[in-house]
Design a binder for this molecule. Structure first.
Ligand SMILES: Nc1ncnc2c1ncn2[C@@H]1O[C@H](COP(=O)(O)OP(=O)(O)OP(=O)(O)O)[C@@H](O)[C@H]1O
Ligand SMILES: O=C(CO)[C@H](O)[C@H](O)COP(=O)(O)O
Length: 253
């Protein structure tokens, strides 16, 4: 299940098309409309929408969920709805977590880990603990993008567990920050125009995480299970629905 909420933003007022009878007020941001401002149905019955806002400033979307809940998968699909296939930065670090399409750049907030895998082990903290993340840098860089400035964003390498040299990110039309903590820091939360929370049951997310971490990140089954157990208290403390913005509405069944 996913939850999402629109946020009012001055940059998007006039040029946006709104969805009739959607319940959203004129000055709230609506990202999804059909080509003629009418809803359409896919053959599966799901509604599809097209972005129609002509913006001067990047729209910032926060996508939160625990590890393995499908954030990257969801964003790959959403960016193709926004326009163009999403791909890693051309000629850059092959282990970059960033996806770029014609309209959208998706960055992974794991890149703001301040402690690498060894550092977290030594300090006895998980990646979910705010102490393992640099929220000051996250805030400064999201703000810079929103102001139309390029950033040199660090990279957390999931293959090696190390912090790699930074990559250059240019301001896109739509900037998505996906990860564990897009809504944890109040300053970052204030920069979001729209937020989404993927609320996946433990049974499903752990199954997805195990197959992904074994196949793509080289972890053993035992180490993944140990990590899942170690992370449970921090998930409740720092990630769950408690950190959603107060105006967060359930909008996907
Ligand atoms: N809707 C889905 N149906 C089936 N499998 C899915 C779905 N969404 C994600 N998965 C699978 O779950 C695994 C984890 O997905 P993904 O990498 O997108 O999660 P994530 O939230 O981005 O994880 P992390 O934060 O750890 O990088 C992947 O192997 C993916 O194929
Ligand atoms: O919670 C996570 C989000 O992806 C990861 O576990 C965290 O980023 C640490 O990564 P790794 O397990 O590859 O060291």
């Amino acid at each position: 299940m996913a939850f999402c909420s629109p946020h009012t933003t001055t940059s998007l007022r006039s040029p946006c098309t709104t969805i009739p009878n959607s319940g959203f007020r004129q000055n709230q941001v609506i990202f999804f409309t059909t080509r003629s401002s009418r809803r359409s149905n896919t053959r599966h019955g799901a509604r599809t929408f097209q972005v129609s806002c002509a913006v001067e400033q990047p729209i910032v979307i926060g996508l939160a969920a625990d590890s393995g809940c499908g954030k990257s998968t969801f964003m790959r699909r959403l960016t193709s709805v926004f326009g163009g296939a999403a791909e890693p930065p051309k000629g850059g670090n092959p282990d970059s977590n960033t996806l770029i399409s014609d309209t959208t750049t998706v960055i992974c907030l794991d890149d703001y880990h301040s402690l690498d895998r060894t550092g977290r082990k030594e300090k006895g903290v998980t990646a979910l603990d705010p102490k393992a993340n640099d929220f000051d840098l996250m805030y400064e860089q999201v703000k810079a993008i929103k102001e139309g400035k390029a950033i040199e964003k660090p990279i957390y390498n999931h293959v090696t567990g190390l912090l790699d040299p930074a990559e250059l990110i240019q301001p896109p039309k739509i900037f998505v920050i996906e990860g564990l903590h897009p809504m944890y820091d109040e300053r970052v939360r204030e920069l979001l125009d729209f937020s989404i929370y993927l609320d996946i049951s433990n049974e499903v997310k752990f199954a997805w995480k195990i197959q992904r971490d074994m196949a793509e990140r080289g972890h053993s089954l035992e180490s993944i299970k140990a990590s899942i157990e170690a992370r449970k208290p921090d998930f409740d403390a720092f990630i769950g629905t408690a950190f959603l913005p107060t105006n967060h509405n359930k909008c996907f069944p």
